[in-house]
Design a protein around this ligand. Sequence first.
Ligand SMILES: *[C@@H]1O[C@H](CO)[C@@H](O)[C@H](O)[C@H]1NC(C)=O
Ligand SMILES: *[C@@H]1O[C@H](CO)[C@@H](O)[C@H](O)[C@H]1NC(C)=O
Ligand SMILES: *[C@@H]1O[C@H](CO)[C@@H](O)[C@H](O)[C@H]1NC(C)=O
Length: 470
Amino acid sequence: MSLAIFSILTMHKSWNKWCSLRRMIFAVVIGTCGVLIYLIWFGMNSDRDNVPRLLTQLIPAGHCTCQSSTSFQCADCLTCLASPPPVQPDHLATWSFQYGRDDQNLGLSQSQCQASFPGLFQDIQRGVKYWKSRGHIARDDLNTAPFEDGMARAIISNGELYVVAIKAKGNDHRRKILGTLGSIYRALSASSNRTSYPTIEFIFSIEDRVDDVDAASHPVWVLSRKASEESVILMPDFGYWSWAKSDIGPHGQVVQSIMAAESNLNFADKEQKLVWRGKLSFAPKLRRALLDIARDEPWNDVRELDWSKKANFLSMVDHCQYMFIGHVEGRAYSASLKYRQACRSVVVAHKLQYIQHHHYLLVSSGPEQNYVEVERDFSDLPERMDELLENLDKAERIANNSIKTFRERYLTPAAEACYWRALWEGWAEVSANVTRDVEQPPADRGLRYESFMLLDSSDMLKYSFGSEED
Ligand SMILES: *[C@@H]1O[C@H](CO)[C@@H](O)[C@H](O)[C@H]1NC(C)=O
Ligand SMILES: *[C@@H]1O[C@H](CO)[C@@H](O)[C@H](O)[C@H]1NC(C)=O
Ligand SMILES: *[C@@H]1O[C@H](CO)[C@@H](O)[C@H](O)[C@H]1NC(C)=O
């Protein structure tokens, strides 16, 4: 009897033990998961250099998963710059683009634009071809395109710009839309024959990515696209007009201060290091990989940037003190590339996933090489840096090519204005039906830009022509 009780008791006891063991295992598993989730969250959201390398490898790549990238074979366009184009109208026979004379000219004619900037209009031609193969853009295509925060709809008619609608979530959106409209207005005003452009109506987005505004498969002008996003067409970003962030200002003004700073700085006297500053949480896997791989290298000047504290802040101009400037994508394209390209330095970028309008001119090898391309995980960065540091002549040649190609040609105000006008012409070619049957004159469909920019900012945010009279 006592034996039976005893054995029941021990059974009970070991059962109890098992239960509490299970509870413990359960708690440990939950705890570990929690810690892991916290660590990964921390790794992805921290902006400081306080995440161990092991954890960097654990954090998911998120939007940067792609192993592929976009490279362009556009070296042809650059080599042919040296030789005059084959056929030219008589009055242009002796005309060719001259830096110092033409780079600030916003009013180059169409044939001067074509002669000056071969390769610049690639994405327009691509987009036009895409829509031609789909039977052109119909009014419905425009009307069914999403109209989300960060988008604007406008008309160009008889040389004037009309604003149809704006959707802005706050002032950042509003400013970027205003910058874009300003650029359009400027390129339009400068054209010697602006009234001869056909009427067009269009939608653009100033969001970083095509999927931010669900524009995939819709005809929308955007700032950057992935190779697979074929329905959209690239436009120059608002920063050429001016970027309000950290008072960066107009692109041309940044270029001027860079040139002043570089006027008594030879390439050979620049710091022999790779500089990069950026916010880590924008693309933690990509950006931390650079931070980690550069950490113990003698050429390392890669630092995280905490915008709230401004720790490690370097102005655009200060970047030019370095021979090598890193370029890393963020949650999409990084608008900083055009400032980095303003320095007579070597831009070192990973294989890029997001294309901007001037990326077709990037050349990663050969005599026209104008930047250095490394893998998306930066695994070959140390090797490439050693090569360059041992061959500073080559490095200087790449930097010189970058200046010749970008600062002195494809990223000039003249090129930007040419690009806008080529975009309108390409757009007119595939979207004639968008405006063909519209009977109301543009003044009944949109507000002239000159009046729109006088509105109170709060009235701009969700602007829709005609609705204010209701
Ligand atoms: C005038 O505008 C039209 C666009 O319709 C263009 O094709 C033509 O080449 C322009 N002329 C000049 C001098 O730019
Ligand atoms: C424009 O619309 C008309 C009438 O709907 C159609 O017949 C024509 O094919 C369209 N043109 C283009 C280029 O889409
Ligand atoms: C690069 O350009 C500078 C300024 O024009 C020039 O002095 C230098 O010789 C060039 N270097 C190379 C390697 O081409």
